[in-house]
Design a protein around this ligand. Structure first.
Ligand code: SIN
Length: 481
């Protein structure tokens, strides 16, 4: 069987790419575990979108300012302009965003937006609602519990993917006229993160091994308000919208110390807030909390039900209790270099969209809630591009033997890698620690390890090398020496 398209990943970018193929096209969506094991599912705050034509220029400006000079301006214009149409289209097809009693769409505010322009759904369950909606509409085949272990590339042409199916415990090749990578970012490389536990950057590792360019990988974003004491790899996000609607950040003495760092206080860009919390904690040794005194209980439960009930399960009574917070890894601005249609440089029939890709739409620091919009806009453009192009496909059979994917001992190295990335490659970096991390990773790479771990290590290496080679601090990248 030769598919018209294989899509790796079932987040917003993957499912919306699928939605843009005709219903009768042969499209296969590959999910590492279940369809909901993706970052989209856990997105809380919402989707940023210009509220009217006049707001497009200001959405562009806010995105460029957050991006700190590293954005591709054309990419930003495309996202902010076409994003309005994408959202209107979703609403027309039946996606329900939250509205007031008169039926008007409700827009909330998040840090570094100059006005309220964040749509939300199910209160703080925007990603989950959007994921459900796209899954309900999806007419295409999904393959579950399947990890992509290789891209079938020869002479600059991609012919498909090699997949390890966990249930059958074997590898198999799948062939397609085009492959769209929509597999998300890199969260599991870090000890503390807000991502789905399936997100570990292995495809980016495969790209590195195939000589496909990744760029801006040092631009990693840390969400400032995360409850990190829950069990499980994914830590509990406390959406920016909480601060947008009145939550304060305080120390254990009740001091709103953020104003010592930036006059915008809680509404400073997230990199500023993350760095301030990191700095304040290490200087004072004080614990830092999110405080909800400005909220009525009924309103809070209705507006932020996911957070209310998740935190209730962990013993918090919101909005009465303060919640201890820490920054945690959240989003990777860098990725596989693509053009503005998601096409990967130097390889035919291969595309990347969403967090895994770099169009430079987010520059050095992503503006809050721009990622779902990016996924919608650029996945559509990729499918339009595929449909316009002459496909270079000529069937070629690849051997489907897998390298050894996992080895005993991998788990310990994986955990040490997470600790290294968190300690030395996170909010504030020093050249000395980056160099030390690189040499530790090189030692791991020389050992007897499985392929999947090797891919994580290669990617981590790439992130660290990018961090070393950017000499000055910029956006989300802070270097002290
Ligand atoms: C949040 O809800 O704070 C996350 C939004 C985002 O990362 O864009």
């Amino acid at each position: 069987m030769i598919y018209d398209a294989i899509i790796i990943g079932s987040g917003v970018a993957g499912l919306n790419a699928a939605a843009n193929f005709p219903n009768d096209a042969n499209v296969l969506i590959i999910c590492k575990e279940n369809s909901w094991d993706c970052n989209t599912f856990y997105a809380q705050g919402g989707v940023a979108v210009a509220v009217d034509e006049a707001d497009i220029a200001s959405h562009i400006q806010d995105t460029l300012s957050a991006g700190a000079g590293l954005c591709d301006e054309e990419a930003v214009e495309i996202m902010c302009r076409d994003g309005r149409e994408e959202i209107a289209n979703l609403i027309k097809r039946g996606m329900e965003f939250d509205r007031d009693e008169k039926g008007n769409l409700l827009y909330t505010k998040e840090a570094a937006h100059s006005r309220n322009r964040i749509l939300h759904a199910g209160g703080d369950a925007t990603g989950r609602e959007l994921h459900h909606f796209l899954m309900r509409e999806n007419p295409h085949q999904l393959l579950y519990h399947s990890t992509v272990t290789d891209l079938l590339i020869e002479d600059g042409i991609c012919h498909g993917v090699r997949v390890y199916n966990e249930v059958e415990n074997r590898c198999k090749n799948f062939y397609a006229k085009s492959v769209i990578i929509a597999s998300g970012g890199i969260g599991s490389l870090y000890e503390y993160h807000t991502n789905s536990r399936t997100i570990a950057g292995e495809i980016q590792g495969i790209c590195i091994e195939k000589g496909i360019e990744l760029r801006d990988m040092e631009m990693t974003q840390f969400h400032p308000t995360v409850f990190i004491h829950n069990k499980g790899a994914r830590k509990q996000l406390l959406t920016e919208a909480l601060r947008g609607e009145g939550a304060y950040i305080i120390d254990e003495n009740g001091k709103r110390f953020l104003f010592d760092y930036d006059e915008r206080g809680e509404l400073s860009p997230r990199s500023v807030v993350s760095k301030a919390i990191f700095d304040y904690k290490s200087k004072t040794g004080l614990e830092v909390f999110l405080n909800f005194d400005n909220f009525e209980k009924d309103f809070f439960r209705e507006r932020f039900p996911t957070i209310y009930f998740n935190l209730k399960d962990m013993g918090f009574d919101l909005p009465r209790d303060d919640v201890p917070i820490s920054p945690a890894f959240h989003y990777c601005m860098g990725g596989i270099t693509t053009d503005l249609n998601g096409k990967i440089k130097g390889c035919e029939n291969l595309y990347a969209v969403g967090e895994v890709a770099s169009t430079r739409v987010h520059g050095a620091n992503r503006l809050a809630s721009n990622s779902l919009l990016e996924g919608l806009v650029f996945s559509k453009r990729a499918v339009e591009d595929i449909q316009k192009r002459d496909i270079y496909f000529k069937f070629k059979k690849f051997n489907d033997e897998c390298e050894v994917l996992f080895k005993e001992g991998d788990r310990e190295i994986k955990n040490e890698l997470r600790a290294i990335m968190w300690e030395s490659v996170s909010i504030v970096r020093s050249r000395k620690k980056l160099e030390e991390s690189l040499s530790r990773i090189d030692t791991f790479l020389e050992g007897d390890i499985g392929k999947m771990l090797r891919l994580r290590l290669r990617l981590s290496r790439n992130i660290i090398e990018s961090a070393i080679s950017r000499e000055e601090s910029l956006g989300a990248h802070t270097i002290t020496d």
